[in-house]
Ligand binder design. Sequence first.
Ligand code: SAM
Length: 185
Amino acid sequence: MVVVLRIGHRCVRDQRLTTHVCLAARAFGAEGVYIHGEKDEKLVEGVTKVVGKWGGKFFAQQIGNWVAFVKEWKGQGGKIAHLTMYGEKVQDVVGKIRKEKKLLVVVGAEKVEKEMYLAADYNVAVTSQPHSEVAALTIFLDRYFEGNELGREFGGAKVKIVPNKCGKSVLVCNKGAKQYKGEMC
Ligand code: SAM
């Protein structure tokens, strides 16, 4: 079980980026995202809509105090991988992390407090260069799942893309009936 914790969300500044954290988490195999920070109903609503349309089981849920949340997670036997450019190289530690049964992957927004570095079982760097939480999360999940997530199916989808060399092919599923929509480039 792999879930993500996004900490320090700010409504105006981070809405797009936190949405992308959620969409990348979903597409790359995580079961859901807990969001800490400013309350943002639009964000959760937006992700829920995507899940309704594109299928699969995935949650986006806001939480209060992340310190208490992490303490409870660890109390239930969960482990924490905090993504930070200051951490150990992902390529060196991902094999060990893969053995954890219940994993919380943490990404920050701005400056992450020292307490998170101390609470984490693994502080993991996806290169030791500054970049983005979406990039770090995506590469981490892909390494964690060894690329197997790329072929994952999302059950109950209302729309499904049929991969196409050129153009857009979409299967629209409506109450069991399937309709094909194609568009050439
Ligand atoms: N200066 C900030 C700090 O002190 O953490 C960096 C903030 S960065 C814009 C937002 C998040 O992206 C970080 O909290 C971290 O989770 C992730 N991130 C950025 N670069 C990373 C890297 N090279 N490796 C792992 N995670 C990274």
